[in-house]
Design a protein around this ligand. Structure first.
Ligand code: SF4
Length: 570
């Protein structure tokens, strides 16, 4: 049997799977294929392609000859991505609509909630006539049934859901090896799930969020997550993110089903992190994603201990993304959100206290990121003022934020926002636009200057694309800072770079130390005090035999001396 997994990428509030991230969805689906085939002694070949490969003409030949095609896709939060473009409903129809042979299964958020399009818009329904099965339950269970039933579509239950987290243990381990087929491998980040479901589904959850439909948290045992990491590590993965859960600080929390904010469990977090480090001793990235600001405000002592544990075992540059959503108390109330603005401020302070110290890769150890959502019930022009004042207060208190994410609400049928739809967002479009511009100009750039001041060395920036004569790259990890390196450098290479300037959401940096005998003119021009004329003079006078030789080449020696912290002579 020939099976293909097509990764159309996913992005949910609690799971990212756009390159370089590989989501658990595709890994579990692959594990289900491999494990079930083994149990039924089936001779099976499994291939994995991404939608970007397909767009580039790779994989189509194999798809038309396959027996089973599993498509994973869906975005439930709006986003812009450098590493890939998620598949849209119309693209799926165009690419797969006429493909006859394989049994076609759709899984992931698109199957459960429809295809999210962009912020402020309603999701698009799954196109009819393309898929034989739309796995509205858990795609790995559906795929497992399908293979066990020798592709008998009518004998499969598309809405089968896992009864408990242990059910995916083996799938997660078997599926680890699929990452080797990812076009970015070995530069991939494995998104890890510690649990799914939200404790606040007890009180209905936030009005815009799809997570409550997954029920109450169902924690994966520490051993299961650690064993999965061991399998991924064995397959060659070195970058990990504990990103697939609504709040990492609530992993194994006590009181789920009784409390809106269960009590965090530092001992469980310590076991988890320690276990991961033991099985992946030379990992390069260990980051986290979401944290509920309401939990941090309600349990400052436990959360302070957890933040300390994270900083002890993780790698620097880590981000706890806080769902602040709004700083308007009325919007918090009307949408049943998790935290009042003062709670969010406390959470930001706590994370700064523990994590603001600069780490080994040039970035602070652990900083908060903040997410805001617009277009919610009760939103008025005053909401935009309050949000701005909140961010201004963060800046004025000298607190650091790693990222400010401003999103327009996406409307999904399973959420309360479906009742009002995109009406509010459409009405406030102009407010959103001008607010966004104001934040970018007045807050973002200043914050970025504080997080990565000029002269900081960022380690291991992976070059990803060229735009004109600039090379863009990022460190692998959570919410990496976009780095523009003037000059054309080889792609898929790691560089240490020194920051020379700041944009609103990106930095300009030069390779560090910069070899003045080989550096492109564009890079030389980015050095402090060097314009086009001096860069041309450097080019003319090289090769330099020593640093002294280089400094003496300047009309004004002081300019050359200022560059000593950036350059070397090969
Ligand atoms: S707290 Fe709100 S936003 Fe977070 S997962 Fe639960 S329902 Fe979603």
């Amino acid at each position: 049997m020939n099976v293909i997994i097509l990764d159309g990428y996913v992005d949910e509030p609690t799971c990212l799977g756009v390159p370089p991230y590989v989501s658990p969805y595709v890994r579990y689906a692959a594990g289900a294929v491999l494990k079930t085939a083994k149990e039924h002694s089936l001779d099976l070949k499994l291939l994995y392609f991404t939608i970007d490969q397909l767009r580039g003409g790779v994989g189509f030949k194999e798809i038309v000859k396959a027996d089973l095609l599993v498509v994973i896709c869906g975005t439930a939060v709006p986003g812009k991505y450098l590493g890939g473009t998620p598949a849209s409903a119309s693209e799926i129809v165009r690419l797969l609509g006429g493909v006859e042979r394989p049994v076609k299964v759709l899984g992931g958020p698109a199957a459960k909630f429809g295809f999210g399009t962009s912020g402020g818009r309603r999701a698009v329904a799954v196109p009819e006539g393309v898929f034989d099965i739309v796995a509205t339950g858990d795609v790995e269970l559906v795929v497992s049934q399908l293979i066990a039933e020798r592709l008998g579509v009518e004998r499969v239950t598309p809405d089968e859901r896992r009864e408990n987290a242990s059910q995916i243990r083996d799938f997660a381990i078997y599926g680890a090896e699929i990452v080797r087929q990812h076009p970015n491998f070995p530069y991939v980040v494995a998104e890890l799930e510690t649990y799914r479901g939200c404790a606040r589904s007890l009180v209905g959850g936030c009005s815009f969020c799809v997570e409550p439909s997954k029920g109450l948290p169902d924690f994966r045992p520490v051993k299961d997550v650690v064993d999965e990491v061991a399998a991924l590590y064995k397959a060659g993965v070195r970058h990990f993110r504990l990103g697939s859960q609504p709040c990492l600080f609530s992993y194994m929390a006590e009181g789920v089903g009784e409390l809106e904010f269960p009590k965090p469990n530092p001992a469980a977090l310590e076991r988890l992190y320690k276990g991961i480090r033991a099985v992946a001793p030379r990992l390069k990235t260990l980051h986290m994603d979401n944290a509920n600001p309401g939990t941090l405000a309600a349990y400052p002592e436990e959360c302070w201990r957890i933040a300390k544990i994270i900083v002890k075992y993780h790698t620097a540059g880590d981000v706890a993304a806080l769902g602040v959503e709004t700083a308007d108390p009325e919007v918090v109330r009307r949408n049943n959100l998790k935290a009042m603005p003062e709670d969010c401020m406390k959470a930001i302070e706590l994370l700064n206290e523990v994590g603001a110290r600069r780490g080994e890769n040039g970035l602070p150890e652990l900083l908060p990121g903040v997410n805001f959502v617009f277009g919610l019930l009760g939103e008025t022009s005053r909401t935009y003022e309050l949000n701005y004042e909140f961010l201004r207060a963060v800046l004025e208190r000298g607190l650091l934020l790693r990222r400010i994410n401003l999103r327009q609400v996406m409307i999904f049928p399973t959420t309360r926002m479906a009742e009002v739809g995109d009406k509010i967002m459409r009405r406030h479009k102009h407010l959103f636009k001008s607010f966004k511009r104001r934040v970018r100009e007045e807050i973002d750039r200043e914050m970025l200057r504080r997080v990565v001041p000029r002269g900081v060395v960022l380690k291991d920036v992976l070059t990803e694309l060229h735009e004109g004569k600039t090379t863009f790259g990022r460190q692998l990890g959570s919410y990496p800072i976009l780095v523009g390196i003037p000059g054309v450098y080889k792609l898929r290479r790691f560089f240490d770079v020194k920051v020379v300037d700041h944009g609103f959401r990106s930095v300009t940096a030069v390779p560090y130390p910069l070899d003045v005998n080989t550096a492109p003119k564009e890079t030389l021009m980015a050095l402090p005090g060097i314009g086009e004329r001096r860069a041309a003079a450097i080019e003319r006078k090289r090769p330099f035999k020593s640093i002294d030789d280089f400094v003496s080449a300047f009309d004004d020696k002081a300019v050359g001396e200022k560059l000593l912290e950036y350059v070397r002579v090969s």
